[in-house]
Write a protein that binds this ligand. Structure first.
Ligand code: PMP
Length: 393
């Protein structure tokens, strides 16, 4: 009976939402769930998305099924964003639309059973918590590799390279393409080169989670990781999300891209993805992908979207710099936060300090002390920094 079921583990993010809702302070600040917020604390629909939705409402003549691969124009635009239209990697890759980055990750992990049977998946510590859930659901064996040192705020690069020596050609290496969640710390160009060399030597398959393309330095700059890997290696798997860079969170827009040695190999891999997608969701949801396809295909809208994305990126980087500036007198040196990118900052606070921040200062974040930088604005950043400094040691 359902009554015999054990109480499920509470979802920490959902718990946070309730704690925030119950906080009656007018000064409360939500640095919990990972959504981009503007200076006013809103999560608005982008103007380019609104324009594409109007266009879609006026021109769409049918909602009949497409295929398990989804919207062809969207898939092609995804490859163009990743690699540049007409490049070698563009030509030898194939994309399948998926429900969000999460769907793309799950589809990719199901594909690993076909592409790398018996292989292990090397996962960074720390990483996005859902990676573990998704890999478990797909039946993948996980090996953890050291990635980031919460105490120092630095990459554990040498330890990581040491651990990656254990990779074999049957294995898979999970990487964050940019804006690592939860740390915001990414390898530099030299670091990516070293990772590519390790993969070259071992024959392991890189599986890149790219949920924040355009949020670090720019669209081209942030694609450096996947472009380098595709250039240096025969095969790459990439899970893209449009939740953040198009602010389409609830519309569930993502894509799985397979780069093969040549187009024929990728077509073969693509054919394997179809029945896997059919068993997961049959067809991906159309609306958000149709919107993205239209924006990226329309020159004027695409330029406007790049501007909207740049605005989000610049705001995040501006409040991040302000946070670091206001933390300058703290007992701990927080300068490392200034070198990191994307929405998150892992502050390295104890669970007790996180509780004090919430209960006494009305600053809410996850129990791991991951703060969503986009929840800050120029009006609250100094107060939040003072609060963080007061609980730091
Ligand atoms: N990967 C990472 C690292 C993420 O942070 C997220 C979103 N929090 C996702 C994937 C998935 O995003 P979505 O399914 O909402 O597109």
């Amino acid at each position: 009976m359902f009554s015999d079921l054990a109480a499920p583990k509470a979802d920490p993010i959902l718990g946070l939402t309730k704690l925030f809702a119950d906080d009656t302070s007018p000064d409360k600040v939500d640095l919990g769930i990972g959504v981009y917020k503007d200076e006013a604390g809103e999560v608005p629909v982008l103007a380019t998305v609104k324009a594409a939705e109007r266009w879609l409402a006026e021109t769409q003549t049918s909602k009949r099924y497409l295929s398990s691969a989804g919207n062809d124009a969207f898939n092609s635009a995804t490859r163009a964003l990743l690699f540049g239209a007409g490049t070698d990697a563009f030509t030898r890759s194939r994309t399948v639309q998926a429900p969000g980055g999460t769907g793309a990750l799950r589809l990719g992990m199901d594909f690993l059973r076909v592409a790398r049977p018996g292989g292990r998946v090397f996962v960074p510590t720390p990483t996005w918590t859902n990676h573990g859930h998704l890999l478990a659901a797909a039946g993948c064996e996980i090996v953890h590799y050291p990635y980031y040192d919460v105490a120092t705020g630095n990459l554990r690069f040498d330890e990581m390279m040491e651990a990656l020596r254990g990779l074999t050609e049957k294995d898979v290496l999970l990487l964050h393409g940019c804006c690592h969640n939860p740390s915001g710390a990414d390898p530099d160009a030299e670091g990516w080169k070293a990772i590519a060399e390790t993969l070259e030597r071992s024959g392991a398959l890189p599986f890149v989670d790219l949920a924040y393309l355009g949020f670090a330095e720019g669209l081209e700059e942030d694609a450096h990781s996947v472009r380098l890997l595709a250039q240096r290696l025969p095969e790459v798997v990439i899970a893209s999300s449009y939740s953040k860079n198009f602010a389409l969170y609830r519309d569930r827009v993502g894509a799985l891209t397979i780069v093969g040695t040549n187009a024929a190999d990728s077509d073969r891999a693509h054919a394997h993805l179809m029945p896997l997608a059919r068993a997961l969701w049959s067809m991906p949801p159309d609306h958000g992908a149709a919107v993205v396809a239209h924006v990226l295909q329309d020159k004027a809208l695409a330029a406007d979207w790049r501007r909207e994305l740049a605005e989000m990126r610049t705001r995040i980087n501006t409040v991040r710099a302000a946070l670091v500036k206001h933390l300058a007198g703290a007992p701990r040196d927080y300068a490392f936060l200034g070198h990191q990118r994307g929405m998150f900052a892992l502050l390295g606070l104890s669970p007790d300090a996180v509780r004090t921040l919430r209960e006494e200062h009305h600053v809410h974040m996850t129990g791991t002390s991951r703060a969503n930088v986009a929840g800050l604005n120029m009006a609250n950043v100094e107060r939040v920094a003072t609060a963080i400094a007061s609980v730091s040691d």
